[in-house]
Design a protein. Sequence first.
Length: 131
Amino acid sequence: MAKGKGGQSQKKDKETKEQRKARLQAEKQSIEQCTKLLPYAGIFLLILTLLFCLYVNSVPPTLPSISPDPPQQHTTINLADYSLEELRDMAKKSGDDRFLEQVEKYAVQSGREGGEDGDETGEEEGETEEL
């Protein structure tokens, strides 16, 4: 048995003229049909995309628009009511560096660096409120 390219037998690959003609004609018909239907498919997809865009623009958002944060409410505390240890703990727990700086500044100003007993009222510095 004679072998052609790729080791396949020539008898198996042989195609009659009628089969070849029918195959070429079927390919030609399928190409013509695709070229007729392809523009319609493209137009359909374009219209579908436009309708989706219109729908998306017409639906209101479910989340409210993001507005700037309102000013934070600051709590004013009387530093003299707490010991330095308590003030430092509060400052560390809050994570606010400015509060920690204020506590340290208050400690230096009031001279309470070593005395953390909290017995001082702070009246001489004017830290307490008048009732």
